[in-house]
Design a binder for this molecule. Sequence first.
Ligand SMILES: *Cc1c(COP(=O)(O)O)cnc(C)c1O
Length: 356
Amino acid sequence: MNKRYWSGRICGLVPYTPGEQPKDRQFIKLNTNENPYPPSPRVTGAVAAAAGADLRRYPDPEGAPLLAALSRACGLPQDHIFAGNGSDEVLSFAFQAFFDAGSTIVFPDITYSFYPVYANLFGIRCRRVPLNPDFTLPVEAFCGGNDGVVIANPNAPTGMAVGLDALRAILEANPHAVVIVDEAYVDFGAQSALPLVGAYPNLLVVQTMSKSRALAGLRVGFAFGQPELIAALRCVKDSINSYTLDRLAIAGAVAALEDGDYFDLRRRQVMDTRERAAERLRELGFTVLPSQANFLFASHPAVPARDLFAGLRAAGILVRYFAQPRIDSFLRITVGTDGEMDALCRALESLLGQRS
Ligand SMILES: *Cc1c(COP(=O)(O)O)cnc(C)c1O
């Protein structure tokens, strides 16, 4: 395409590729780590109630009612909390707020593929640390000599998590650099770094309502950190768009936080289904990494993942395949309902059977 009118800053960019959102036919969608269950009915009610005459008014620029609800939920004061339009936006603000153009940030070679995209957009250099052969995090390799650190915990697309001791070591070895811990999947069984926020001024914890709260369509994400970091995020936001959270999103997010029972019920269901599905995949011969997220990362010794991906798609089931060194023998499979995972396992059984 002609890029005559494009700024030099974006001419060479390779943007992030979101998972497919099919419009034409009904698929079993196990490709974008959405929640298979609807959000809390309280969310629907609150959004409907907010869709009234007040929409003529701008929302609160910081999402104040949401900061109050988050503060009640996590016990941190409101000046330790930032809310934005999905955690992708929060992450992009954090990259701008904490990492200089020309400086170098470090993240694993296998992780969320949005990190290098932000880095390229903002002129930040990337140092990719290879995960160990078993996909665990080589903690020592993140200790020292960095201008910034980004770690998804649990990691994507592996689903594997590290404990707080590892994060403490990384925080202490990088006192002059902000360490971003992206906890998009933390509610499915990993340990959150939130209790470390008070002790480490260089820690920013990022979370989202997209996965565990079944609100990917509402676009709400958060960051937790000491006031110095939170003020920097607000500075970036108010230099771009003061109203990133609309009135419906604020109302829906508050209602979601207030329905803790529903949250616990649904995430428990997802975790139970995950363990059952992992077991069945292992019975089919797959290697399945130990997941603390709402997806499974699985590889079959006999059949290429690319072929399984295509076969599943033809059978009406979407999963994610990354044509990338080290992980091109794996499929990333979002945990759906029990019924959806049954359909997945039956389809895989049939695809594997055709091969033998
Ligand atoms: C899904 C995801 C996000 C982004 O979620 P939002 O919908 O933008 O809140 C961020 N980080 C990781 C690792 C994710 O998988």
